[in-house]
Design a protein around this ligand. Sequence first.
Ligand code: HPA
Length: 235
Amino acid sequence: MSTPHINAEKNQIAKVVLMPGDPLRAKYIADTFLTNVTQFNSVRNMFGYTGFYKGRRISVMGSGMGMPSIGIYSYELYKFFDVETIIRIGSCGAYTEELNLYDTILVTEAYSESTFALAQGKCINDTLKASDSINAKLDKIAKSINIPLVKGKIHSSDVFYREFPEEVMNLAKEKHLLGVEMESFALFHNANVTKKNAACLLTVSDSLVTHESTTAEERQTAFTNMMKIALEMAE
Ligand code: HPA
């Protein structure tokens, strides 16, 4: 079985796939946390690995940045590789002073101005929900390993560099958005149309309020809280 973007056999990919944006973070997670690792994808260097966490099988693969990119990979995983659950593990910018760098967010809903869901499946909603059952599991896991979670709605934006960045803060207030990333809305939509499950954990990597930020290196290594929660979803 091979799709335009994933060159693998179905049985090489686990039912649960964790998706960081960066394929090198996928490699880092596989190298650091998994045993008996096999690599199932290297097309376009969008590395994907399957291994075992505490003896349970799980896969991890990069999604790339933005909704078109995660839209392609998540659709192929759900539709052609029988993946049941995708958990995005990403970073976000904080829209509120109440969030601190490295806080972990469990996304309940993603708001977006994107036309992704409309173009893909005539879905007219601007807000899409994560899977309730997966969120309940992630919440329970986080409690059991004493990692605090902030739960709420985030902004899936098509634009990183805005010409009028101050205007997005009005949107954040109006829609009650905790922070901004660029992928969840498309992932949640693809889960809906393929009748599969999706969730998203985010670590705050920068603040659009205080303008603090983390380095790319810190981003790669310091997000262990989020990864520990997500890895417990291995089956
Ligand atoms: N904007 C969009 N996506 C992001 C950001 C941001 O500021 N930080 C991390 N992901």
